[in-house]
Design a protein around this ligand. Structure first.
Ligand SMILES: *Cc1c(COP(=O)(O)O)cnc(C)c1O
Length: 848
């Protein structure tokens, strides 16, 4: 049947508590326990049944019930308290951003953050894993810090799949239809009160896109939806599933996200000051912005990319080339042929934007992102390094450690992941304003003052809550395929419990701990020192090796030796994640290094006192301090002959740590029956990790190091009717055209040989600049340690003398502060004062 329209009915609320509607439609409630408690007070059973989704919940509770609670003083008191906190938060005048923004900006100026997935809460299932949860946490902190910020994503009407694991251990995927009227989303209206839509051109047709809004504290997230009457059956399915469909679906989703998202922002009359692309899925936003500038401002293509790049930030998350999305040229041509004509490029010039080498056979979104954005970053220190190396050939002559890819280490939204039981304890022992000072390490030192018995009691309570939840889930799953009569409880609430939950991508090596089952058996089944493991995670439905990992865990969990000690849980999502990271003693993470760009689940566990047992990879390289967890394998990056060897070495290290360090530490209790040393480690984990790995710290870094410089560059790029950008483009062209002909012709270092530590050493070079002038370039002395690995310093040299024929003498005097052997060389680079990054052109002329 073809329905003519749709409508949704929101329940009537008693006058006295009518604010519940606004509360239900703002995800602020999800990181404020008191707000969740308020919903629970109305009807705890229905709250659970509704999947802890306040919109759906309010539509299910009886009106009588609502009326009854609105007459109860206790409820009204709580209601007033929550609503006051909520309104204070929304109206707060003084924010971190206000205190720290170097320039004042207009109302419609926002940082526009694009992401293909957002994980805000399990009741809005438009995320698959770490990338989405990170995006959600980023938005929450942007709200807490008062950033002028909006998010743009897609609204998938089947969301991400729900996972079942059958009796044989095979994953099955379900795609339930989401009921939009039951989600905390509202259609955006235009000035006439009509639902706002935009059109996106795909081949010869226009696809209509509806825009929905989600409120996350003070910020809005706009989600795009093609499932409309006006569209063809196929086009309605474009936004059906996250990471579903084939490659063509992906390209269509990405066009809707990038091109549609940009159009939607303009239609809503935003003028973004920064465009942030969280991973490559949204890179087409740059193409849309370029097209618009060419058409409306009559810029050339090169001028347009100068303007667009100036305020674009690109974050890459993928440390292997194969993990970066690419498309075959014919598919690209199908959807972009009309586009490159529009912007005056040839097919070759266009394809070149997504290629590094001439013989690349696919178009890579990351390459496009990195080539156009002036600001780019990886997501941990190690990943920044790996990404710089991986993409070094985009900036040909530039040493990888100097190329424009920087890093900002991921964090988590503390209050989303911290158990409310800990919050209560912190209210008692920490300064009252700790929620506003997450980044302040001194605040957290107070955790040491919490008495050990109270501290341990809190952890045990959370662990017990987790195990109850696991038992319930396990039973539900097994009842589907087993005839369970006599229920024997799985897991022991007193035993050392290890958690492993994440996407089942093969590089994460979910089954590494099973490398030697005999040894694991001894560890798990030692009398009075038992160890148990809990697993959860989804494999992408097309990932066969990932599904095999799940099957293997299922089989081992069913075996005699491990029954009740190893548990596999279904349908890992943010809700299950919260139980696990708050309840386990140890969080296991054993990826194949260096493939975990950052990882964040270990941070979630640590802030709840979980001890990380992890490969030295991603964030753990920075987080580990020898007393807050353990490192599996080596801290050095070793070369292995093959993967099996690497697995063997890492798994042996894992067993040894368990046998010799972890199990003894956990079971070493004092006369009060408390594991005092273990508790000290837990406290150390919290103190060292809470302040550093919060998205508060992360978003502040993004703001100071990327958003604000990008804002300033963006304003400058438009100035003077784009003349600054136009001049910059001509200057860049002059540089490129003449770069071949410049050189350093001779060098002379005053004295040769050995120096004393106090000696001033003079370096002099002669350069020939051809058609360029000293204003165009700078000459640098490049100094490294003898082995050539460590860059010591790059020193800009001074112009000393002009010779005939555009030749010049440059020199510098330096003192070396440390004894040792050094190597040096000289180079010419573009004058960095005119650029965002002195290497953005990839031009470096080294002395021959
Ligand atoms: C935090 C989180 C992740 C990310 O975990 P990693 O450590 O990065 O693998 C994935 N899924 C869910 C549901 C999460 O909450």
């Amino acid at each position: 049947m073809n329905f003519y329209g749709s409508l949704s009915v929101f329940p009537r609320l008693p006058m006295k508590i009518k604010g519940l509607k606004q509360l239900a439609y703002n995800l602020w409630w999800s990181w404020n326990q008191e707000a969740e408690d308020l919903f629970k007070m109305i009807d705890a059973k229905k709250w659970k049944e509704s999947g802890r989704n306040p919109v759906s919940f309010l539509s299910k509770v009886d009106y009588q019930r609502l009326q009854k609670v609105s007459q109860q003083q206790a409820f009204i008191n709580k209601y007033n308290q929550v609503m006051n906190h909520f309104n204070d938060y929304l109206q707060q005048e003084e924010t971190w951003f206000k205190d720290n923004a170097p320039i004042s900006i207009e109302e419609d100026n926002v940082i526009a953050y694009f992401s293909t997935e957002f994980g805000f809460h399990d009741s809005l299932p438009i995320y698959s894993g770490g990338l989405g949860v990170l995006a959600g946490d980023h938005c929450k902190s942007a709200s807490d810090l008062g950033l002028p910020f909006v998010g743009i994503g897609l609204l998938y009407h089947n969301g991400y799949f729900k996972q079942k694991i059958n009796g044989e251990g095979w994953q099955e995927s379900l795609y339930p239809e989401l009921h939009f009227s039951q989600l905390p989303i509202t259609p955006v209206k235009d000035e006439l009160g009509e639902e706002l839509t935009i059109n996106v051109k795909l081949l010869d047709r226009e696809v209509m896109v509806k825009v929905w809004e989600v409120k996350v504290g003070r910020v809005s997230i706009y989600l795009l939806d093609t499932n409309l009457q006006e569209n063809s059956k196929d086009d309605r399915k474009i936004t059906a599933q996250l990471y579903g469909g084939d490659q063509e679906t992906r390209i269509l989703q990405e066009i809707i996200l990038g091109v549609g998202g940009t159009k939607a922002l303009y239609k809503m009359e935003y003028s973004p000051i920064v465009w942030h692309m969280n991973e490559g899925h949204s890179v087409y936003l740059e193409l849309e912005r370029i097209r618009k500038l060419i058409k409306e401002e009559e810029l050339s293509f090169n001028q347009a990319i100068e303007v667009v790049g100036a305020n674009t930030v690109f974050t890459t998350h993928t440390p292997v080339p194969a993990g970066n999305e690419t498309f075959p040229f014919d598919l690209k041509e199908k959807y972009f042929a009309s586009y490159w004509e529009d912007i005056g490029l040839t097919k070759e010039e266009f394809m070149d934007l997504g290629q590094i080498y001439e013989d690349d056979d696919e178009f890579c979104l990351t390459v496009l992102g990195l080539k156009l954005a002036k600001f780019s970053n990886g997501v941990s220190k190690l990943h920044g390094k790996i990404a710089s190396k991986m993409w070094q050939d985009i900036w040909e002559e530039v040493p990888p450690n100097e190329n424009p890819i920087t890093y900002i280490t991921n964090g988590i939204h503390t209050r989303t992941w911290l158990a409310s039981e800990w919050e209560e304890l912190f209210d008692e022992y920490l300064p009252a304003n700790w929620r506003m000072k997450i980044k302040d390490r001194n605040i957290w030192e107070n955790i040491r003052e919490i008495p050990n018995d109270k501290f341990w009691h809190t952890h045990r309570k959370l662990k017990s809550k987790m195990i109850d939840n696991i038992r319930k889930r396990d039973l539900e799953r097994k009842r589907r395929y087993q005839d369970i009569t006599a229920v024997k409880d799985i897991l022991d609430k007193g035993a050392l419990t290890i958690g492993f939950a994440r996407r089942f991508a093969t590089y994460k090596r979910a089954t590494l701990v099973f490398n030697n089952l005999e040894r694991l058996n001894k560890i798990c089944n030692k009398t009075d020192k038992e160890v148990q493991l809990v697993f959860a995670g989804k494999a992408h439905p097309a990932d066969k090796p990932g599904k095999k990992l799940i099957k293997k865990i299922h089989d081992i969990a069913e075996s005699k030796e491990f029954k009740g000690k190893i548990v596999l849980l279904e349908d890992y999502d943010m809700n299950l994640a919260r139980y696990l990271i708050q309840g386990v003693d140890v969080w296991l993470n054993n990826p194949r290094r260096p493939l975990e760009a950052s990882g964040t689940s270990g941070q979630k566990s640590a802030i709840n006192g979980g001890l990380n047992l992890s490969i030295f990879d991603g964030w753990w390289c920075e987080g580990y301090n020898e007393k807050n967890g353990w490192v599996i394998g080596s801290k050095e990056r070793l070369k292995y002959t093959d993967k099996e060897e690497q697995d063997l070495i890492d798994s042996n290290s894992l067993y040894t740590l368990l046998e010799e360090m972890i199990v003894p530490l956990y079971y070493n209790t004092n006369d009060k029956d408390l594991p005092a040393d273990w508790i000290n480690w837990m406290k150390e984990a919290m103190i060292s990790i809470i302040p550093k790995y919060s998205t508060d710290r992360m978003v502040q870094e993004y703001t100071k190091r990327l958003y604000m410089p990008a804002t300033i560059k963006g304003i400058k790029a438009k100035k003077d009717n784009y003349n600054i950008s136009k001049n910059l483009v001509s200057w860049k062209e002059k540089l490129k055209n003449n770069w071949e002909d410049i050189e350093i012709t001779s060098q002379n270092q005053g004295e040769q040989g050995t120096f004393n530590i106090t000696d001033m050493i003079r370096f002099t070079v002669k350069v020939s600049l051809g058609e360029l002038s000293p204003d165009d370039i700078q000459i640098e002395l490049y100094l490294v340690t003898e082995n050539g690995k460590e860059k010591i310093d790059i020193i800009s040299m001074d112009l000393k003398k002009e010779l005939e024929n555009n030749k010049y003498v440059y020199s510098t005097d330096i003192k070396l502060k440390e004894i040792g052997s050094y190597k040096y060389t000289f180079r010419i680079v573009p004058n960095e004062d005119r650029l965002t990054n002195k290497h953005e052109l990839g031009l470096v002329k080294w002395i021959k």
